[in-house]
Design a protein around this ligand. Sequence first.
Ligand SMILES: C[S@@+](CC[C@H](N)C(=O)[O-])C[C@H]1O[C@@H](n2cnc3c(N)ncnc32)[C@H](O)[C@@H]1O
Length: 359
Amino acid sequence: MIFKAGVANHVRACRARYLADSFWKQVRPRPRTLASQAGSGQQMTAGVMYNWRVAAVHNALARRGKAEGPLTIEDLTSLGHLDQYHYLGTEACDELIQVLGLEPGVTVLDVGSGIGGPARYIAHQSGCSVTGVELQADLAEEATALTKRVGLQDRVDFLIGDFADVCRSRAVLERFDHVTSLLTFCHFPNRADGLKVSWEALKPGGTVFFEDLTLMGPAFTEQEQRDLAEVVGCPSVTSPAVYVEDLQKAGFVDIEVVDMSAPWKTWTKARHVGFRQAQEETVKLHGLSLFESRCAFYEVIDRLFQGNLGGVRITARKRGVAEEKLYRGRASTVSTGTTHGTPSLNEFGITVDATYSKY
Ligand SMILES: C[S@@+](CC[C@H](N)C(=O)[O-])C[C@H]1O[C@@H](n2cnc3c(N)ncnc32)[C@H](O)[C@@H]1O
């Protein structure tokens, strides 16, 4: 395994105690009736806040005269964080394409695909095919609708439900060349299981590209633990070392971890400041309630990155068929290190005691 950019000196202990249940399961999809409400500046209540993203996309497209009909990829990527829910927007997707060497004909499984922005952009730029899995039905349905409007429906599709359940029940195992995930595993109550399913979904020799939150300081403070669990919905943020252990247990090899904390810290600060500066336009488009709630959220993220929160980009690999056989073959003989006690002759005709110990 390789650590890059100073991740090596992290501290393993993660004393944070988190909510046992998934945050995302608490924010089940709500009826899709917000587009017009938010657009007319009506206040949204907390109870209907969670599908604000679908409504916000509708509002923004309507404002540009594109409420219906065909769209270009740029129509969507220009919506910024309404299309790409991770950090560094399409720049991160460009790097993903480059690192994995994506090209026409290869298949990608995107874990926690949101409204489908990364899946569409990656498929459009590289020519590959992408299947997204998304827990929130309203996001996945909107992802499918937007994908059709940009004409990518033959190469990009979305499955609705919990990643592990969907993969295990829909026979998508051993089907993909690559598994990607941008800021999703941090939301899993059981990240280790998510990593195991990712490994199972890959063809032998397949690779992964994950971006995720991690503990970078010595330990989270109590306030940080609360913010992560209750505001950000992230019950499984650990140090990179614990992450790597989970990856190894899932079967991954050739693990590389790149520290993304510095660029993400700068980016999340700029997002917070920029969002506040755009108050007038945002309130006009999406309403005051949404503006205030997003401000509060972006402020918490900004503060967490000033503290013990950081992030990583992880790439790793599933062994190929021949490599797996070699690995298992070695493992099956390493304990005895003998040729079953049968003496043999060496090239000089001298008996060799085959019960030597392996080095
Ligand atoms: C921060 S968003 C990132 C979305 C997308 N990767 C992007 O960058 O635009 C995390 C997404 O993961 C989804 N998610 C969380 N837990 C999930 C699970 N167990 N199975 C599938 N999706 C999940 C959430 O609903 C949310 O859309």
